[in-house]
Design a protein. Structure first.
Length: 302
């Protein structure tokens, strides 16, 4: 599908994202719009939980495209990310050929490397045509993968093709929509970044985060939602091992709503901190005087 099928302006894209519950900053909507129109991969960096992965999911749903996700990890290789041959199926084919008396080795070698024995992993799947249009390919947390795998991506991001020695080169008829995310646990090489449009996804402002909470947790009271956002914003100004992201804010607001909380109290916050902070050292720090001070800051005048 051509670029003309995409939203025709930044405002149109903002409206499309908002209709799916994703309240994006205009700068993020702008770079996303340009990535769609220019057919370039979009590289998103930022802290965990700020909505980098979510935008790929929302784009997939909003544009009616298949979402193909490659979750990166240390040791990720071609067999897990691109393709591998089904050795079990190939062995069965060999034994059946031998049992039927077929001893033509050249023909057998050709047969067992036919496409029906190919197991297609996410990167190869993303190059296949689809009636709905090229899919959204999410390469999630690239910084967790090894540099060798990062280098392998260059061919795919440059030409949107994969070379399979036994079959030849597989090239996408139209480039997929590529979203790459990184939590910046290590630097990504410049060669890969140059092939992408780049954006740093920051924590939202208090006003935007409040709008997000109201959108995602509609049953929460206005008073409690304001207190939740102010409390989370106050936490981010402190030195924690892992500050809460927007995902944790939504989780906490949902948990408080499920408990029918009407306002933040030391008891309620203490009982539910595990929805907001994910490390025991951080939870231990948010006790006693530290909790009382942050809670006062969050609930005064609300």
């Amino acid at each position: 599908m051509s670029a003309s099928a995409f939203p025709t302006s930044v405002d149109a894209l903002l409206e499309l994202l908002t209709s799916r519950g994703y309240l994006a900053e205009r700068s993020l909507a702008t770079v996303t719009y340009l990535a769609l129109r220019m057919g370039r991969p979009l590289f998103l960096e930022g802290e965990a939980g700020v909505g980098k992965t979510e935008i790929a999911k929302v784009l997939s749903a909003a544009l009616g495209r298949k979402l193909i996700r490659l979750q990166c990890y240390e040791g990720l290789d071609v067999a897990s990310a691109v393709y591998e041959w089904s050795s079990a199926a190939q062995m069965i084919a060999i034994r059946l050929a031998e049992a039927s008396g077929d001893t033509d080795r050249d023909q057998l070698a050709s047969d067992i490397f036919a496409e029906r024995f190919l197991i297609k992993r996410p990167l190869l799947q993303a190059l296949e045509p689809d009636v709905a249009g090229p899919p959204v390919l999410l390469i999630d947390e690239l910084d967790r993968a090894d540099e060798a795998f990062e280098a392998y991506l260059l061919e795919i991001l440059s030409d949107f093709q994969v070379t399979i020695p036994e079959l030849g080169t597989v090239k996408a008829p139209a480039p997929p929509i590529v979203i790459i995310t990184s939590n910046r646990t290590r630097e990504i090489h410049d060669a890969l970044k140059r092939r992408c449009l780049y954006h740093w996804v920051d924590y939202p402002s208090a006003e935007r985060e409040l709008a997000i909470v109201k959108s995602r947790v509609p049953n929460i009271s206005a008073k409690l939602s304001q207190q939740v956002v102010r409390f989370v914003q106050a936490l981010r100004s402190q030195d924690f091992y892992k500050s809460p992201g927007v995902a944790e804010t939504i989780d906490w607001a949902t948990a408080l709503s499920e408990l029918d909380a009407r306002s933040l109290t030391p008891q309620v916050v203490g009982d539910t901190l595990g929805a907001l902070l994910k490390y025991q050292d951080d939870i231990a720090r948010m006790q006693g005087e530290a909790l009382a001070k942050t809670l006062k800051e969050a609930t005064s005048d609300v």
